[in-house]
Design a protein around this ligand. Structure first.
Ligand SMILES: N[C@@H](CCC(=O)N[C@@H](CS)C(=O)NCC(=O)O)C(=O)O
Length: 198
């Protein structure tokens, strides 16, 4: 399999964490890619020009970390990261949505912060930060379980991204229950080995 990859993308991290936890990382050929430059090879496999993009051994291109993680879950015989049904499934998928929602605000927020200051930019940044604050508060009220599944993995990648890109605005002091969940969870092999550097 081929994975269009960026080492600092939290969505790529989520995919690689799932691959490591399910013992599939050795089957993935990582292709360093800057999606913002829209290279022709990436566009040939993903018209949206985003990473992660996975090309399967059957030459099927899959994009969106949720879809890619679900595909990886269909391979091999390691325990599933997507619970097959019942309350556990909906809870895991809800946490995945919450974690992805944090990233869907935090990643463009960082983009806005790099632009020249003006009122519209500042209003958009404030809106993104409110989304992040509400989502982290919801996680403090109801942290993920210790169990490793797609929900807890995604939340860990989202919190790791806040540490990586928003270190001057630390989330731990006001969220002690979430911090107490994250500290041991982040030592899980798939999370520890994919921590962003730099
Ligand atoms: N919903 C997508 C989001 C992927 C995404 O936005 N990736 C960023 C990198 S962190 C990207 O490729 N951005 C390029 C662009 O938006 O042009 C997923 O879950 O994979």
């Amino acid at each position: 399999m081929k994975l269009y990859y960026s080492p600092t993308s939290p969505y790529v991290r989520k995919v690689m964490a799932c691959a490591i936890i399910r013992g599939l990382d050795g089957r993935i050929d990582k292709v360093p890619t800057n999606p913002h430059e829209s290279p022709a090879v990436l566009l040939a496999d993903n018209p949206l020009s985003k990473v992660p993009t996975l090309v399967t051994d059957d030459r099927v291109s899959l994009f969106g970390s949720q879809l890619i993680c679900e595909y990886l879950d269909s391979l091999g015989d390691a325990p599933a990261l997507f619970p097959p049904g019942g309350a556990a499934r909906w809870r895991a998928l809800k946490f995945q949505s919450l974690g992805d929602g944090i990233l869907d605000a935090a990643v463009p927020c960082r983009g806005e912060q790099g632009k020249p200051q003006e009122a519209a930019r500042d209003a958009q940044i404030a809106r993104y930060k409110s989304v992040i604050a509400r989502a982290v508060a919801a996680l403090e009220s109801d942290p993920p379980h210790k169990h490793v599944d797609i929900g807890s993995i995604t939340v860990a990648c989202a919190l790791g991204y806040l540490d990586f890109r928003f270190a001057s605005d630390p989330w731990r002091p006001d969220h002690p229950k979430l911090a107490a969940w994250y500290e041991p969870f982040s030592r899980n092999k798939g999370i520890a080995e994919t921590a962003p550097q730099g």
